[in-house]
Ligand binder design. Sequence first.
Ligand SMILES: C[S@@+](CC[C@H](N)C(=O)[O-])C[C@H]1O[C@@H](n2cnc3c(N)ncnc32)[C@H](O)[C@@H]1O
Length: 246
Amino acid sequence: MQTVYSKKYWKWGFCSKLYDALTPESYRESLRQVVRQLPKKSNLTLLDVGCGSGLLVDVFKEQGIEGIRYLATDVLDEGVAHAWQKATQNFKSGEALCFRSDLERGLAVKERSLDVAVAHFSLYTLSDDSLRNEVFRDLYKSLKPGGRLICVNPSIDYDPKNIIEESLDLLVQRKNCFLYGSKRFLVYPLTFWFGLKFIYSQLRSGNWRFYTREEIKEVLQKSGFKINSFKPVYAGSGIMVVATAD
Ligand SMILES: C[S@@+](CC[C@H](N)C(=O)[O-])C[C@H]1O[C@@H](n2cnc3c(N)ncnc32)[C@H](O)[C@@H]1O
């Protein structure tokens, strides 16, 4: 059953900016893995599906990624507003467009218009599997022939403790004692108790969806995709699939 908290979870996170502030480093690392899967071509039209606050744009900026026409959509105005703010700072005028839309009512982009669709932890909270599968079919139709889907969802091994541990390991590599200390003792306890444990409970209760490799493979193949690769990300708590539309 969806509670008020689960319905408003992302909205509150975006409004308060806690979503960005509490994001574990391991999650940002998962976005970096997504960026590594982008085709090495310029002028890519990319749709950030369920863009949230635009963390993908943060990673584009961090990695100096250029040559992308960035389209982003989310059902929440609060997410779209933040993504748009970041996009206008990172992209030239006319290279970015962020808009509100509900994936459950169809994908608001032209058929065969995208080179890449990124769905990073954005489909697992949709109301049910049939709607989710419909979105995969819409994504297939929206990609040009040879276009690429990069999709990350929670895995059956979702584990909040592993996420925090990997995040701390990644921060050790930065050699910044203040950053490490503040995340370890102040930020990540909040991330753990108010973010990750909550998501874990939603996944285990069946309100939200985790996938095994076989399940996501079957869904994508039924939608017409050819699977290129699988990769565990997010300390094994996420599964990244790269797939191609014919
Ligand atoms: C965990 S957040 C991920 C956001 C972003 N992709 C990231 O990695 O930071 C899930 C996002 O999916 C969006 N979302 C959920 N249901 C949606 C729907 N029906 N249509 C569009 N976006 C949706 C939420 O509003 C939220 O921003």
